[in-house]
Ligand binder design. Structure first.
Ligand SMILES: NC(=O)c1ccc[n+]([C@@H]2O[C@H](COP(=O)([O-])OP(=O)(O)OC[C@H]3O[C@@H](n4cnc5c(N)ncnc54)[C@H](O)[C@@H]3O)[C@@H](O)[C@H]2O)c1
Length: 248
Protein backbone atom coordinates (compact mmCIF):
# COMPACT_ATOMS: atom_id res chain seq x y z
CA UNK A 1 0.00 0.00 0.00
CA UNK A 2 1.08 3.53 -0.81
CA UNK A 3 1.16 4.80 2.78
CA UNK A 4 1.66 1.66 4.81
CA UNK A 5 2.25 2.42 8.52
CA UNK A 6 2.64 6.16 7.89
CA UNK A 7 1.29 8.48 10.57
CA UNK A 8 -0.58 11.26 8.77
CA UNK A 9 -2.19 14.52 9.84
CA UNK A 10 -4.91 16.06 7.67
CA UNK A 11 -6.28 19.50 8.53
CA UNK A 12 -9.83 20.36 7.47
CA UNK A 13 -10.43 16.62 7.37
CA UNK A 14 -14.14 16.81 8.21
CA UNK A 15 -15.37 17.67 4.72
CA UNK A 16 -14.70 17.62 0.99
CA UNK A 17 -11.09 17.13 -0.12
CA UNK A 18 -9.82 16.63 3.44
CA UNK A 19 -12.43 13.94 4.12
CA UNK A 20 -11.63 12.11 0.86
CA UNK A 21 -7.92 12.36 1.66
CA UNK A 22 -8.41 10.94 5.15
CA UNK A 23 -10.39 8.00 3.72
CA UNK A 24 -7.84 7.31 0.98
CA UNK A 25 -4.90 7.55 3.39
CA UNK A 26 -6.57 4.96 5.66
CA UNK A 27 -7.27 2.69 2.67
CA UNK A 28 -3.59 3.01 1.71
CA UNK A 29 -2.44 1.83 5.13
CA UNK A 30 -1.89 5.05 7.11
CA UNK A 31 -2.83 5.89 10.68
CA UNK A 32 -4.90 9.03 10.16
CA UNK A 33 -5.30 11.97 12.49
CA UNK A 34 -7.87 14.33 11.04
CA UNK A 35 -8.43 17.75 12.52
CA UNK A 36 -11.07 20.40 11.93
CA UNK A 37 -12.92 23.22 13.67
CA UNK A 38 -16.17 21.33 13.03
CA UNK A 39 -16.31 18.71 15.78
CA UNK A 40 -19.59 17.05 14.71
CA UNK A 41 -18.46 16.51 11.12
CA UNK A 42 -14.99 15.46 12.26
CA UNK A 43 -16.42 12.80 14.57
CA UNK A 44 -18.66 11.56 11.74
CA UNK A 45 -15.69 11.09 9.40
CA UNK A 46 -13.67 9.41 12.14
CA UNK A 47 -16.50 6.91 12.80
CA UNK A 48 -17.01 6.29 9.07
CA UNK A 49 -13.33 5.42 8.68
CA UNK A 50 -13.28 3.25 11.80
CA UNK A 51 -10.16 1.95 13.50
CA UNK A 52 -6.93 3.70 12.61
CA UNK A 53 -8.59 7.12 12.41
CA UNK A 54 -8.60 9.75 15.13
CA UNK A 55 -10.25 13.16 15.25
CA UNK A 56 -8.90 16.14 17.15
CA UNK A 57 -10.68 19.48 17.14
CA UNK A 58 -8.27 22.19 16.05
CA UNK A 59 -8.55 25.67 14.61
CA UNK A 60 -5.49 26.12 12.38
CA UNK A 61 -5.38 29.84 13.18
CA UNK A 62 -4.55 29.08 16.83
CA UNK A 63 -0.87 28.36 17.42
CA UNK A 64 -1.71 26.91 20.81
CA UNK A 65 -4.14 24.39 19.28
CA UNK A 66 -1.81 23.48 16.40
CA UNK A 67 1.10 22.94 18.81
CA UNK A 68 -1.14 20.77 21.02
CA UNK A 69 -2.20 18.56 18.09
CA UNK A 70 1.37 17.93 16.94
CA UNK A 71 2.34 17.27 20.57
CA UNK A 72 -0.47 14.71 20.94
CA UNK A 73 0.57 12.96 17.73
CA UNK A 74 4.21 12.85 18.84
CA UNK A 75 3.20 11.46 22.21
CA UNK A 76 0.82 8.81 20.82
CA UNK A 77 2.80 7.63 17.77
CA UNK A 78 6.32 8.93 18.39
CA UNK A 79 6.41 10.53 14.93
CA UNK A 80 4.56 12.41 12.18
CA UNK A 81 5.36 11.06 8.72
CA UNK A 82 2.93 13.01 6.52
CA UNK A 83 0.97 16.22 6.88
CA UNK A 84 -1.69 17.64 4.58
CA UNK A 85 -2.42 21.31 5.20
CA UNK A 86 -5.85 21.42 3.62
CA UNK A 87 -8.16 23.57 5.80
CA UNK A 88 -9.35 26.57 3.81
CA UNK A 89 -12.18 29.04 3.35
CA UNK A 90 -13.31 31.24 0.45
CA UNK A 91 -14.81 34.20 2.33
CA UNK A 92 -17.52 36.58 1.17
CA UNK A 93 -17.36 37.25 -2.59
CA UNK A 94 -16.93 40.92 -3.49
CA UNK A 95 -14.75 43.18 -5.59
CA UNK A 96 -11.79 44.64 -3.69
CA UNK A 97 -13.41 48.04 -3.07
CA UNK A 98 -16.30 46.25 -1.36
CA UNK A 99 -14.21 43.72 0.59
CA UNK A 100 -14.17 44.34 4.33
CA UNK A 101 -10.92 44.19 6.27
CA UNK A 102 -12.63 41.59 8.46
CA UNK A 103 -13.24 39.31 5.46
CA UNK A 104 -9.65 39.81 4.25
CA UNK A 105 -8.27 38.94 7.70
CA UNK A 106 -10.48 35.87 8.17
CA UNK A 107 -9.59 34.32 4.81
CA UNK A 108 -5.86 35.04 4.95
CA UNK A 109 -5.71 33.89 8.60
CA UNK A 110 -7.02 30.42 7.71
CA UNK A 111 -5.53 29.92 4.24
CA UNK A 112 -2.10 31.44 4.83
CA UNK A 113 -1.35 32.02 8.52
CA UNK A 114 -2.97 28.67 9.35
CA UNK A 115 -0.66 26.84 6.94
CA UNK A 116 2.35 28.76 8.28
CA UNK A 117 1.50 27.66 11.84
CA UNK A 118 0.99 24.06 10.78
CA UNK A 119 4.25 24.02 8.80
CA UNK A 120 6.13 25.51 11.75
CA UNK A 121 5.06 22.77 14.17
CA UNK A 122 5.01 19.90 11.67
CA UNK A 123 8.56 20.71 10.52
CA UNK A 124 9.74 21.01 14.15
CA UNK A 125 8.52 17.46 14.80
CA UNK A 126 9.83 16.10 11.47
CA UNK A 127 13.28 17.56 12.19
CA UNK A 128 13.44 15.44 15.34
CA UNK A 129 12.79 12.35 13.18
CA UNK A 130 14.94 13.54 10.27
CA UNK A 131 12.20 12.78 7.75
CA UNK A 132 8.68 13.72 6.63
CA UNK A 133 6.50 14.78 3.75
CA UNK A 134 4.10 17.74 3.66
CA UNK A 135 1.48 18.74 1.10
CA UNK A 136 -0.15 22.16 1.13
CA UNK A 137 -3.51 22.53 -0.62
CA UNK A 138 -3.43 25.66 -2.76
CA UNK A 139 -5.77 26.14 -5.75
CA UNK A 140 -5.92 27.07 -9.40
CA UNK A 141 -6.60 30.46 -7.82
CA UNK A 142 -2.95 30.30 -6.74
CA UNK A 143 -1.96 30.82 -10.37
CA UNK A 144 -4.66 32.90 -12.02
CA UNK A 145 -6.93 35.81 -11.05
CA UNK A 146 -10.36 35.12 -9.63
CA UNK A 147 -12.45 38.31 -9.70
CA UNK A 148 -14.47 38.92 -6.50
CA UNK A 149 -12.23 36.58 -4.46
CA UNK A 150 -9.16 38.71 -3.76
CA UNK A 151 -8.35 37.39 -0.25
CA UNK A 152 -8.74 33.78 -1.43
CA UNK A 153 -6.73 34.33 -4.60
CA UNK A 154 -3.96 36.26 -2.81
CA UNK A 155 -3.70 33.69 -0.02
CA UNK A 156 -3.52 30.78 -2.47
CA UNK A 157 -0.81 32.58 -4.52
CA UNK A 158 1.14 33.28 -1.31
CA UNK A 159 0.82 29.65 -0.27
CA UNK A 160 2.95 28.66 -3.27
CA UNK A 161 5.75 30.99 -2.12
CA UNK A 162 5.45 29.56 1.37
CA UNK A 163 5.60 26.01 -0.02
CA UNK A 164 8.72 26.72 -2.10
CA UNK A 165 10.44 28.38 0.84
CA UNK A 166 9.59 25.52 3.20
CA UNK A 167 10.78 23.01 0.58
CA UNK A 168 14.06 24.86 0.03
CA UNK A 169 14.82 25.23 3.74
CA UNK A 170 14.43 21.48 4.17
CA UNK A 171 16.12 20.02 1.09
CA UNK A 172 19.06 18.73 3.11
CA UNK A 173 17.00 17.81 6.18
CA UNK A 174 14.91 14.88 4.86
CA UNK A 175 11.63 16.78 4.67
CA UNK A 176 9.78 17.23 1.36
CA UNK A 177 7.20 19.99 0.93
CA UNK A 178 4.90 20.25 -2.10
CA UNK A 179 1.61 21.82 -3.12
CA UNK A 180 -1.44 20.63 -5.00
CA UNK A 181 -3.60 23.04 -6.96
CA UNK A 182 -7.09 21.58 -7.32
CA UNK A 183 -9.47 22.80 -9.97
CA UNK A 184 -13.17 23.26 -9.20
CA UNK A 185 -14.06 20.18 -7.18
CA UNK A 186 -17.52 19.09 -5.99
CA UNK A 187 -17.40 19.75 -2.24
CA UNK A 188 -19.47 21.80 0.21
CA UNK A 189 -17.05 24.72 -0.43
CA UNK A 190 -17.83 24.65 -4.16
CA UNK A 191 -21.57 24.23 -3.50
CA UNK A 192 -21.47 27.46 -1.50
CA UNK A 193 -19.73 29.23 -4.40
CA UNK A 194 -22.27 27.85 -6.90
CA UNK A 195 -25.16 29.21 -4.84
CA UNK A 196 -23.92 32.80 -5.32
CA UNK A 197 -25.78 33.18 -8.62
CA UNK A 198 -27.92 31.15 -11.05
CA UNK A 199 -25.35 31.20 -13.84
CA UNK A 200 -22.32 30.40 -11.64
CA UNK A 201 -22.38 26.62 -12.26
CA UNK A 202 -22.54 27.03 -16.04
CA UNK A 203 -19.82 29.70 -15.96
CA UNK A 204 -17.39 27.53 -13.98
CA UNK A 205 -18.17 24.36 -15.97
CA UNK A 206 -17.45 26.26 -19.20
CA UNK A 207 -13.95 27.02 -17.88
CA UNK A 208 -13.11 23.32 -17.36
CA UNK A 209 -11.87 21.60 -20.55
CA UNK A 210 -13.71 18.32 -19.84
CA UNK A 211 -16.90 20.16 -18.78
CA UNK A 212 -17.01 18.37 -15.41
CA UNK A 213 -16.16 19.28 -11.86
CA UNK A 214 -13.39 17.30 -10.21
CA UNK A 215 -14.20 14.80 -7.47
CA UNK A 216 -12.57 15.10 -4.06
CA UNK A 217 -11.23 11.55 -4.48
CA UNK A 218 -9.30 12.64 -7.60
CA UNK A 219 -7.56 15.39 -5.65
CA UNK A 220 -6.82 12.98 -2.79
CA UNK A 221 -4.96 10.65 -5.21
CA UNK A 222 -2.42 13.37 -6.03
CA UNK A 223 -2.00 14.29 -2.38
CA UNK A 224 -1.43 10.65 -1.40
CA UNK A 225 1.20 10.16 -4.09
CA UNK A 226 3.10 13.33 -3.11
CA UNK A 227 3.06 12.24 0.54
CA UNK A 228 4.26 8.75 -0.30
CA UNK A 229 7.82 7.46 -0.73
CA UNK A 230 7.05 6.97 -4.44
CA UNK A 231 7.49 10.74 -4.75
CA UNK A 232 10.86 10.63 -2.98
CA UNK A 233 12.53 12.84 -5.64
CA UNK A 234 9.79 15.49 -5.56
CA UNK A 235 10.04 18.62 -3.42
CA UNK A 236 9.06 22.24 -4.04
CA UNK A 237 6.62 21.14 -6.73
CA UNK A 238 3.15 22.49 -7.51
CA UNK A 239 0.85 19.82 -8.94
CA UNK A 240 -2.18 21.09 -10.85
CA UNK A 241 -5.08 18.63 -10.53
CA UNK A 242 -7.63 20.36 -12.74
CA UNK A 243 -7.76 18.59 -16.11
CA UNK A 244 -5.80 21.37 -17.82
CA UNK A 245 -8.00 24.25 -16.62
CA UNK A 246 -5.24 26.75 -15.81
CA UNK A 247 -2.48 25.55 -18.14
CA UNK A 248 -4.20 26.79 -21.32
N1 LIG B 1 -13.51 22.57 -3.76
C1 LIG B 1 -12.81 23.26 -4.67
O1 LIG B 1 -13.29 23.54 -5.79
C2 LIG B 1 -11.39 23.69 -4.36
C3 LIG B 1 -10.60 24.15 -5.42
C4 LIG B 1 -9.30 24.54 -5.16
C5 LIG B 1 -8.79 24.49 -3.88
N2 LIG B 1 -9.57 24.04 -2.86
C6 LIG B 1 -8.98 24.02 -1.52
O2 LIG B 1 -9.11 22.73 -0.97
C7 LIG B 1 -9.17 22.81 0.46
C8 LIG B 1 -10.37 22.02 0.94
O3 LIG B 1 -11.53 22.59 0.36
P1 LIG B 1 -12.93 21.81 0.24
O4 LIG B 1 -13.49 22.16 -1.06
O5 LIG B 1 -12.78 20.40 0.64
O6 LIG B 1 -13.75 22.65 1.36
P2 LIG B 1 -14.77 22.22 2.49
O7 LIG B 1 -15.45 23.47 2.92
O8 LIG B 1 -15.60 21.07 2.03
O9 LIG B 1 -13.81 21.69 3.65
C9 LIG B 1 -12.93 22.55 4.31
C10 LIG B 1 -12.82 22.12 5.76
O10 LIG B 1 -11.93 23.05 6.40
C11 LIG B 1 -12.45 23.29 7.70
N3 LIG B 1 -11.94 24.57 8.23
C12 LIG B 1 -12.30 25.83 7.89
N4 LIG B 1 -11.66 26.73 8.65
C13 LIG B 1 -10.86 26.02 9.49
C14 LIG B 1 -9.96 26.38 10.52
N5 LIG B 1 -9.76 27.67 10.87
N6 LIG B 1 -9.30 25.39 11.17
C15 LIG B 1 -9.52 24.09 10.87
N7 LIG B 1 -10.38 23.69 9.91
C16 LIG B 1 -11.05 24.64 9.23
C17 LIG B 1 -13.95 23.32 7.50
O11 LIG B 1 -14.65 23.14 8.73
C18 LIG B 1 -14.15 22.18 6.51
O12 LIG B 1 -14.39 20.96 7.17
C19 LIG B 1 -9.24 24.32 0.78
O13 LIG B 1 -7.97 24.78 1.14
C20 LIG B 1 -9.68 24.93 -0.54
O14 LIG B 1 -9.27 26.26 -0.67
C21 LIG B 1 -10.86 23.64 -3.08
Amino acid sequence: MLLNDKVALITGGASGIGEATAKLFKAEGAEVVLTDVDEVAGMRVMHEIGSGAHFLQCDVTSEEQVRAVIGEIAEKYGRLDCAVNNAGVTGVPANIEATSLDNWMKVTQVNLTGVFLCLKHEISQMLIQGMGSIVNVSSGAGLIAVPSMAPYCASKHALLGLTKTAATENLTRGIRVNAVLPGSTKTPLLERTLSISDDMEEMILNSIPCGQFGRAEQIAEGIAWLCSDRASFVSGASLNIDYGTVCR
